[in-house]
Design a protein around this ligand. Sequence first.
Ligand SMILES: Nc1ncnc2c1ncn2[C@@H]1O[C@H](COP(=O)(O)OP(=O)(O)OP(=O)(O)O)[C@@H](O)[C@H]1O
Ligand SMILES: O=P(O)(O)OC[C@H]1O[C@H](OP(=O)(O)OP(=O)(O)O)[C@H](O)[C@@H]1O
Ligand SMILES: [Mg+2]
Length: 286
Amino acid sequence: MTEILRIAVQKSGRLSDDSLKLIKECGIRFDNGAGKLRAPAANFPAEILFLRDDDIPGYVEDGVAHLGIVGENVAVETARDVDTVYRLGFSKCRLSIGIPRGEKYGSIKDLHGKSIATSYPRILGKYLQDNEVEAQIHEIGGSVEIAPSIGLAEAVCDIVSSGSTLLSNGLQEVETIFRSEAVMIASRNLSDTQQSHLDQLLFRIKSVQAAKNNKYILLNCPTDSVEEVSKYLPGMRSPTVMPLATEGWCSVHSVINENDFWENIEKIRQAGAEGILVIPIEKMIL
Ligand SMILES: Nc1ncnc2c1ncn2[C@@H]1O[C@H](COP(=O)(O)OP(=O)(O)OP(=O)(O)O)[C@@H](O)[C@H]1O
Ligand SMILES: O=P(O)(O)OC[C@H]1O[C@H](OP(=O)(O)OP(=O)(O)O)[C@H](O)[C@@H]1O
Ligand SMILES: [Mg+2]
């Protein structure tokens, strides 16, 4: 068995750019020249395969690819025997039911006896079954939102992000049945060596994501305020505090989480901080 990791990514589509960016941010270099469907990594025991996203779970199940990056919607719909090893946080979208705009909608029960066009018959079928609704599922490969306007079905179930595709096809979103983001899936029969390569890769991904979720912050504050300011800047262990040349003032350095950023910045300012600088972090090793 080959000991390198074959990582399958979408060749061209919504997942492609972010998947390749993530691999590159993990320090893995490869040459993906135009039209190339396989690219060996120069500095990691891996090879990148460029495939149709729907095919990726099957390749990973068969062990032809060892890892894959797909939307969770595809991972669940294809129902292959693979492990979801990491949620990657990009390509967030939802699978929703849409009906012609202006039509009345009370609950999913309203779809009883109707026909619904979708590329996700398994996820939709389970949702309908769980809600004891009997509807006719009409499976189509794409351009699903066109279905009601050409008389193919009375409702649709497709991916929604901004909602603009539904809107421009005269549809309204009435029910969200699944929330998705890109996930990394892995084959269930990796060798010990491949598992250790995967552990290394996941460690790098976590470091990249931690860096994205945090900022490095530097500020000046009166020495008397250091304790109050530090309450909002726990940092990785505790903030670094250094005296300024101006007596009675300090410089405080720390890390601040993106989610708490605006709320904490306001409190830090009220505590007397000034000259606040916020700098992106490239990697963060936890
Ligand atoms: N509008 C969107 N916003 C965010 N994520 C999306 C959006 N549309 C799709 N996705 C996510 O990206 C994945 C790939 O979408 P894309 O439209 O590129 O697939 P595709 O047309 O089936 O591609 P392929 O040609 O590889 O089969 C989807 O399975 C979903 O997880
Ligand atoms: O809510 P929105 O922001 O409009 O996004 C939803 C649309 O995005 C996807 O299609 P995509 O544009 O990737 O084209 P495709 O149908 O060729 O895959 C999806 O199939 C929807 O049609
Ligand atoms: Mg596809």
